[in-house]
Each structure stands twice: as C-alpha cells, then as structure tokens.
Ligand binder design. Structure first.
Ligand code: NAG
Ligand code: NAG
Ligand code: NAG
Ligand code: NAG
Ligand code: NAG
Length: 371
C-alpha cells in the first residue's frame, strides 16, 4: 500500500469489496503508529534489545515488526534504530559464546528469526552486509540438517543435537526460499528449500486436519528409522511461518501446489473452533486459565504476519475479512488507553508483556497492508 492512496479511489474500491464495515486506513495507520510507540517503550538502547530481561528472540521479532512497518508504509522512521539493534547484536552473545557473533546461537530458530529480519533490512537498504550475514546464518543452520534421524530435518536444540520440530524447519524453509528469491541466478538455496519442504511435507508433522503439531518424537529403541508426530501443541505460529515459506517457494518456482497446500493450513486455522472461536485467533494456552507465557502471546502476531503474506499472494485475497475482523476486535476490546494490548483479543486488556505487544503490532501491520 502506498501512503498516497490512503484516500480516494482505494477507499471506494475497498468498500465495494468488503461487505462488513470498513475502517479508514488513516485510523489504522494511527493505531499502528501508537502501538509501535508503546512497543518501543520496551527498547533499551544500551543492549539494543526490546526488554533485555526476556529471551533474545523476542527482539528479533520486534525488529522484524518495525521493518515490516517501514516496508508496508514506505516510512524510514526506524531505520537508525534497526541498524543500531543489528550492530549491537552482531557481537558474540554472552549466554552462548560457542555460537560466535552474527546471530549464531544455541537453537536454530533463534538464528533464523534474526536472519529473516536481516533479509528485510537488506530489502529496505540494499546494504549487502545484511544479505551476507543472513547467508552465513543459513549455512550455520544447514549444518544442523541431520539425516541420521527422521531421514532429514534441522534439529532445534544445538547443544544436545536434539528435537526435529516445526518452528526450526519452517523458519529454515522461509529463510532458504527467501534467499533464493533475493539472489539472481541462485540454485543452491532453491535446492535446499525444496529439499526442506519435501522432507517437512512427508515428516508427519502436518496432521490429518492440515494443522501442524509441535514436532517429532525421536526414534526409539524399537524403531530407529521412523519419526512420528508427537501430537504436541498446535501453536498458531507453526501454522503461520510455513505459509511464508510456501509463498516464497511459489514465487521461486511458479508451482501452484505450494499455494494450494498453504491454503489448506490457513483455512484449517480460520475455520477451527479452537484456534478461531467466533472468527478470532486464539492461542490454545489462553483457554480457561489464561496461562500463556510471553512465548505463547507472541505467536498470534507471527501467524497474522504470514497469513497476510499468503493473502496477498492469492488472487482472491481470501483472508482480508478475517484479518480485519481480528484487528477490529482486538482494537475495541484488548487495548488500553496507552495503546498497549492484552493477549486475548476478544477480552479486556489483561496486562502487558513484550509478546502481547508484538502480536498486536503485527496484526495492525497486517491490516494496514490489505489492499
Ligand atoms: C551496511 O551495514 C553495516 C552493518 O550495519 C554498516 O556497518 C555499514 O556501514 C553499512 N554500509 C553502508 C554503505 O551504509
Ligand atoms: C539438490 O541437489 C542434490 C545434489 O546435486 C541432488 O541430488 C538433489 O536431487 C537436488 N534436490 C532438489 C530438490 O533439486
Ligand atoms: C518398545 O517395545 C516394548 C514391547 O512392545 C515396549 O514395552 C516398550 O515400551 C517400547 N519402548 C519404547 C521406548 O517405546
Ligand atoms: C504434500 O504432500 C501431500 C501428501 O503426500 C501431497 O498431496 C501434496 O501435493 C504435497 N504438497 C506439496 C505442495 O508438495
Ligand atoms: C496501559 O498499560 C501500560 C503497561 O502496563 C501502562 O504503563 C499504562 O499506564 C496503561 N495505560 C492506561 C491508560 O491505563
């Protein structure tokens, strides 16, 4: 969306496409800016992190959110902040010095969140340093593609060389396919992303409803060759990141099957009575006791970010109304007077944390990017 199109023709077009109520984009832009101002109250200039007391990867997704905001609006408001964040985080991290600098850490997904943000930074600035770091990070993660168990897949836990899970493999897919799309003439990353997808699609992590469980059971003494779905939680972010990877693979190859498969998972989420009760995205940990951790609260925004990416790639934009309804519900229920958002979008503000706020920012940006 171009800022110049906020009013006029694009509004008329929107109102004819969307039967339910349409909020002017200017109001969504204001709400998004206010949510980012609230997000940035967590920012600590010294460490270059949003709330340095919580896990490092949240700063990776907060960085991704402000970069996505700039890509969506054309603003350059947070570029200096993004560069400062990246420059500081490139130092070796104190809690896992074996990982070295440039975002190598103790779990493969941590590295991948940062690497994806670096690719966005490269798109925004054209500075090839960011692309080069993302390439090093891909190579670091690929070292942990271990075919000895489960016939392939990236492990999640580096010190223990354990656990083939959904998030690490989905992020790797999105990273490798995005690298291919950003590097003219590439064949390496295309090969690896297709290898990754074919493994993932056959791994058993995608269940019979096209929803993705947390990971695979390690092979046991009785059967060393096969890994099985561990039937653990269906987190919303695991339904999301895969959509981003499949959109990139479709862009790389033109093959429609990737979008068809993405659509099955996205439809399964938006039509699920547990994940979208009343049409509003809900993390299952938020049931009854409202006991999601900061982890769990951050997931919904990651899903919305990738759902918006899929929505754009599909000619009929089938998820626009779902995204808008979620944004409206969240804005009218879960926001407090200072533009902090609670974790349950259908309910009143229930206190802040970084995960809840990044989720809200991501949903607002997803809405802002609808066209
Ligand atoms: C490119 O980015 C790196 C890392 O932030 C920075 O050190 C360098 O000055 C940038 N180069 C240019 C030309 O801006
Ligand atoms: C990737 O490259 C390897 C080695 O050249 C080849 O055996 C494999 O078939 C390729 N995979 C894909 C999906 O192209
Ligand atoms: C292996 O099979 C035996 C006999 O069926 C069973 O008692 C045991 O629990 C199995 N081990 C594992 C790790 O599943
Ligand atoms: C994923 O696997 C299923 C089942 O084997 C297959 O029908 C489908 O075409 C695959 N999807 C893609 C995009 O490769
Ligand atoms: C909203 O929540 C934030 C974070 O807890 C708090 O600092 C702020 O005072 C609240 N605003 C209002 C108007 O209650």
């Amino acid at each position: 969306m171009k800022l110049a199109n906020l009013f006029g023709a694009s509004c008329l077009m929107l109102s004819s496409l969307v039967s339910s109520l349409v909020i002017p984009n200017s109001a969504i832009l204001d709400a998004t800016k206010a949510s980012i101002n609230a997000l940035n109250t967590y920012y600590d200039t010294t460490t270059g992190r949003w709330n340095p007391k919580v896990n490092w990867w949240y700063s990776g997704i907060a960085l991704q959110a402000i970069l996505d905001y700039m890509q969506t609006t054309g603003s350059e408001e947070y570029l200096a902040m993004a560069q400062h964040t990246i420059d500081i985080q490139r130092a070796p991290i104190d809690w896992y010095p074996q990982g070295g600098g440039d975002f190598r850490a103790d779990s493969t997904d941590d590295t991948a969140w940062w690497a994806l943000a670096l690719l966005r930074m490269y798109e925004l600035t054209g500075n090839s340093t960011y692309l080069d770091i993302a390439k090093e990070d891909e190579a670091y993660i690929w070292k942990y593609w271990l075919p000895e168990t489960c016939k392939g897949g990236v492990i999640w836990n580096i010190p223990d060389l354990k656990y083939k899970n959904a998030i690490s493999n989905e992020l790797y897919l999105e990273l490798a396919a995005s690298l291919h799309n950003l590097i003219p003439g590439d064949t390496l990353y295309l090969n690896r992303s297709i290898t990754q997808w074919e493994w993932f699609n056959g791994s058993g992590m995608i269940n019979s409803q096209y929803l993705i469980n947390d990971g695979l059971l390690e092979p046991d003494a009785n059967d060393s060759s096969v890994c099985r779905n561990n039937n653990a939680d269906v987190w919303t972010y695991n339904q999301g990141v895969v959509l981003g990877g499949l959109v990139e693979l479709h862009r790389a190859t033109g093959a429609q099957g990737y979008l068809d498969t993405a659509r099955k998972t996205a439809d399964a989420v938006v039509n699920s009575a547990t994940l979208s009760p009343g049409g509003i995205l809900t993390e299952t940990c938020a049931g009854g006791s409202d006991s999601c951790s900061i982890n769990g609260w951050s997931f919904k925004g990651i899903f919305m970010n990738r759902l918006a990416k899929l929505n754009k790639a599909l000619a009929d934009n089938p998820y626009s109304e779902y995204i808008r309804n979620n944004e409206q519900t969240m804005y009218s229920n879960a926001r407090n007077g200072s533009d902090f958002y609670g974790g349950i979008w259908q309910k009143p503000f229930d206190g802040e944390d970084l995960g809840k706020q990044v989720s809200a920012v991501n949903l607002l940006i997803a809405t802002l990017g609808l066209s």
